[in-house]
Design a protein around this ligand. Sequence first.
Ligand SMILES: [Zn+2]
Length: 115
Amino acid sequence: MDKNIQNELKALLLKERADLEDNLGRIARPVDKEKGDYEATFDNIGTDREDNTTEVEEYTENLPVEMTLEKKLQDVIGALDRIENSTYGNCENCQKEIDIERLKANPSAKTCIKC
Ligand SMILES: [Zn+2]
């Protein structure tokens, strides 16, 4: 892969990682930030029954969002790892090079269009 294109995609990935960490930081706390491992949280409003119900509701709302963001973040971290290991841009399935246009649209893509 062309170095300039790779640097361009790396910049996109770093930006995406920062955005995801920012969003995750509002609803979750990092367990292992390097791996993109987060745990959903909720505001500790109070201890009476009504407060606890609100907390559970908030947690229930945050959890699916947290899981989606976390998965995306792990994909981005995986892509950055592959850049370091010089395996970036190859399809995980068939090992062929992933189309540049596809990577530009989604820099953390793991597989080619066919797979
Ligand atoms: Zn493939």
